[in-house]
Ligand binder design. Structure first.
Ligand code: NAP
Ligand code: F7E
Length: 346
């Protein structure tokens, strides 16, 4: 039987790499988009041992003609659009670039499918950031969006495009509204990876304390491997729709630090307030965390907590990792990484 063909943009990112592995295991023929600058660093795909099983294509996401040529050539059954300017803080400094990649590229791909009359299914990587500082306790598919950053606005507009194209043209277009999901493959600029790699470095390599911003923001954190399975389930349901993917629990950065410390035998004490707060290990007096105003945002999203009832009920999605298991995975994988001959940096 002919293999189904998947095209993953952002294949070199955290989710792209996990999804590529997941789809290869489901016997898909996997094609991935790399921007030219990505060619020299395929570390996530390398870590998962799948480089030789993927066909790579090279283009910036926003180059309409290149993307159209690739799609017409490989005729994918499914496109997972995971490429994006994904760093919220960067979007305050570069809103225009963020809009170009996160919004215009989505419009381009939907137009390519429509104009060429393709029956390709399309998945869009929407985000919990679209809810912003919502006053709703548990955010679900019906909660009003109040985006609080250029990143969130670009993703909200792209989300509406997908909903609109689905209604107008009846294509199989869906969005996963994914809450934060992390793993050992997370980029080092994100707070969970900064904390786990930073603490492991302090213990095993005597590195400097970690510099962080707001420790009191709360996020609903899941494991990326569980979340790519949710994407797959959405794309294999009988009809296209949008789903919240979340754990239903929310934890602060401070709680993340405390749990990560517990897996390293550290006893964290927080002292001082605001920019003068520090965190040190009670047993050794070693400084672990320093607050740095550079890491505070122009506007913070204070608390996110998702309601995954719809995806659990309709698609029978069930995450395998809880918060503690996620943190343990990130800490232990980094210790293994430091002890192995081939060291991965993401
Ligand atoms: P990620 O690790 O930052 O990966 C993003 C990927 O997009 C990278 O491979 C990057 O390429 C690629 N990319 C960026 N700009 C590009 C461009 N101009 N042309 C082509 N490729 C480009 O992000 P992720 O965590 O896997 O997230 C995947 C998607 O889900 C993103 O769209 C993100 O906004 C969204 N999302 C993420 C979360 C989360 O918690 N992880 C939650 C909700 C939504 P390089 O490898 O060259 O940098
Ligand atoms: O920040 C606080 C920061 O950058 C989380 C992306 O995948 O998830 C991610 O966006 C929280 C924020 O993730 C530092 O202020 C404190 O409150 O790890 P983050 P994010 O902004 O939630 C959503 C769902 C996406 O869609 C995005 O693509 O942590 N924080 N100190 C810090 N954050 C960072 N990065 N660095 C710090 O030093």
């Amino acid at each position: 039987m002919k293999k189904k063909v998947a095209f993953i943009t952002g294949i070199n990112g955290q989710d792209g790499a996990y999804l590529a592995k997941f789809l290869l295991d489901k016997n898909y023929s996997v094609h991935g988009l790399l921007r030219r600058s990505s060619n020299s660093k395929l570390s996530r795909i390398d870590y998962l041992n799948i480089i030789n099983k993927i066909t790579f294509h090279s283009s910036e996401l926003n180059e309409f003609k290149n993307i159209e040529d690739i799609i017409k050539k490989i005729k994918p059954d499914v496109i997972y659009n995971l490429a994006g300017q994904s760093f919220v803080q960067y979007s305050f400094n570069n809103p225009s670039y963020t809009f170009d990649i996160n919004l215009h590229s989505v419009l381009n791909m939907l137009e390519i499918i429509r104009r060429n009359k393709l029956d390709t299914k399309f998945y869009q990587a929407s985000t919990s950031e679209m809810y912003g500082n919502s006053n709703v306790d548990l955010q679900n598919e019906n909660t009003i969006f109040q985006p609080a950053s250029p990143y969130a606005i670009s993703k909200t507009a792209a989300h509406h495009l997908v909903v609109n194209y689905r209604a107008n043209y009846k294509g199989f277009f869906c969005s996963g509204i994914l809450f934060n999901h992390e793993s050992f493959l997370r980029g080092i600029e994100f707070v969970t990876k900064k904390i786990t790699d930073g603490l492991v470095g302090i213990i095993h390599e005597n590195t400097k304390p970690i510099r962080l911003g707001n420790l009191d923001a709360k996020r609903d954190w899941g494991f990326a491997g569980d979340y790519v399975e949710a994407m797959y389930l959405m794309m294999h349901y009988k009809k296209p729709d949008d789903y919240v993917v979340a754990t239903g629990q929310t934890k602060s950065i401070r709680e993340f630090i405390i749990i990560a410390c517990s897996y390293l035998g550290l006893c964290p004490v927080f002292e001082g307030e605001g920019l003068n707060e520090i965190c040190y290990d009670k047993k050794t007096n070693k400084k672990l965390i320093i607050i740095d105003k550079k890491y505070f945002r122009a506007q913070e999203v204070h608390r996110l907590k998702g309601d995954p009832s719809k995806i659990k009920k309709t698609l029978k999605w069930k995450p395998k990792y809880n918060f503690e298991k996620l943190v343990e995975h990130m800490v232990k994988s980094q210790i293994d990484n430091l002890n192995s001959k081939k060291k991965f940096i993401f």
